[in-house]
Design a protein around this ligand. Structure first.
Ligand SMILES: NC(=O)c1ccc[n+]([C@@H]2O[C@H](COP(=O)([O-])OP(=O)(O)OC[C@H]3O[C@@H](n4cnc5c(N)ncnc54)[C@H](O)[C@@H]3O)[C@@H](O)[C@H]2O)c1
Length: 268
C-alpha cells in the first residue's frame, strides 16, 4: 500500500527536474513558482521585472531558483535563455508560459501601439517560448510545455478584443505544437484561468487614474462568484496546481488540451 501511495505521489512531483516559469515576477507565475518549488523542481524564473522575481525567489525558500531578466517577445533572447538553461542545468523538463499583459478596451477604443505590444508579448512571446523549449527538449528526448490561455480566447467576451485574440492564438499554438512535438516526447497543454485577482486582473476594477475602485472590485467579485456553479472565485494556487499537473508525469498521456480552470463558469 505504501509503495502504491508513493508511486501516486511521485507521479505529481518534480524532484530533480528543471522548470522554466515565465512571468514569475508576479501573480500566477509567482504562485506557480512557489508550488513547483514545493513539488521539488529547480526553477528558472523569467520576467522583465527583476525585483518581482527576487520577491518570488524568497517565497520558493531553498529551492534552487535562478533569475533571468528576459523579454519573452525577443526571439533571440528567448533562444539564448533556452541554451543557457541547458548549459547551466544540463536539462529542461518543463517550460511554463505565464508571462502576459492585459488590455481591456472595446474595438473602437483600441490603441494601435498597445495592441501591437499585446500581440508581441501574449501571442508571439508564447510562440517563441514554445519554439525554444521544443528545440532543446527535442534534443533531450522530451518534456512538458504549459501555456496560459484565457476564457476570452474561446468565448465572446465584450471588451476583451485584442487580448482574447492573442489567447485564441495561444490555444492554436498549443494544439499545433502538441501535434508537432509529440513525436519527440514533448507534451504541450494550456490552462485557461477564470478571473483570479492579480495585478493584471485588477485592471478590471481600477478607475481612469489607475486607482482601485472598491465598489467596482466588490461588484466584480460578486459577479464572478455568481457565474460559477460553485459560487466561489479562484485563487492563484488553483491555477498553479493545474499547471503542475500538466507538467508532471501524472499527465503523461495528455497533450494538446486547453483546460478551463474557472469554477465551472463558461469563461473567465
Ligand atoms: N489573472 C487572471 O484573472 C487571468 C485570467 C486568465 C488568464 N490570465 C493570464 O495569466 C498570465 C499571468 O497573468 P497574471 O494575472 O499573473 O498577471 P501579472 O501582471 O500579475 O503577471 C504577469 C507577469 O508577466 C510579466 N511580463 C509582462 N511582459 C513580459 C515580457 N515581455 N517578458 C517577460 N515577462 C513579462 C510581468 O512583468 C508580470 O510579472 C497572463 O498570460 C494572463 O493573460 C490571467
Amino acid at each position: 500500500m505504501d509503495d502504491d501511495m508513493n508511486r501516486t505521489m511521485r507521479a505529481f512531483r518534480l524532484d530533480g527536474r528543471v522548470a522554466v516559469i515565465t512571468g514569475a515576477g508576479s501573480g500566477l507565475g509567482r504562485e506557480a513558482a512557489r508550488v513547483f518549488a514545493e513539488a521539488g523542481a529547480s526553477l528558472v524564473l523569467v520576467d522583465i521585472d527583476t525585483d518581482g522575481m527576487e520577491r518570488t525567489a524568497v517565497l520558493c525558500n531553498d529551492a534552487a531558483a535562478t533569475i533571468e531578466t528576459v523579454d519573452i517577445s525577443d526571439r533571440g533572447a528567448v533562444d539564448d535563455l533556452a541554451d543557457r538553461v541547458i548549459a547551466a542545468a544540463g536539462r529542461l523538463d518543463a517550460w511554463i508560459n505565464c508571462a502576459g499583459i492585459g488590455y481591456m478596451h472595446p474595438l473602437f477604443a483600441t490603441d494601435a501601439e498597445r495592441a501591437a505590444k499585446v500581440v508581441a508579448v501574449n501571442m508571439m512571446g508564447a510562440f517563441w517560448c514554445c519554439a525554444a523549449a521544443g528545440r532543446v527538449m527535442r534534443e533531450r528526448g522530451g518534456g512538458a510545455i504549459v501555456n496560459i490561455s484565457s476564457g476570452g480566447g474561446s468565448a465572446p467576451v465584450p471588451g476583451v478584443s485584442i487580448y482574447g485574440m492573442t489567447k485564441a492564438g495561444v490555444n492554436s499554438l498549443t494544439w499545433t505544437s502538441a501535434a508537432e512535438l509529440g513525436p519527440y516526447g514533448i507534451r504541450v497543454n494550456a490552462v485557461a484561468p477564470g478571473w483570479i485577482e492579480t495585478p493584471m486582473s485588477s485592471l478590471m476594477y481600477r478607475d481612469e487614474r489607475g486607482e482601485v475602485d472598491p465598489a467596482r472590485r466588490q461588484a466584480l467579485i460578486d459577479h464572478m462568484e455568481q457565474v460559477s456553479p460553485l459560487g466561489i472565485i479562484g485563487e492563484p494556487a488553483d491555477i498553479a496546481y493545474a499547471l503542475l499537473y500538466f507538467a508532471s508525469d501524472a499527465a503523461r498521456f495528455i497533450t494538446g488540451q486547453v483546460l478551463n480552470v474557472t469554477g465551472g463558469a463558461a469563461h473567465g
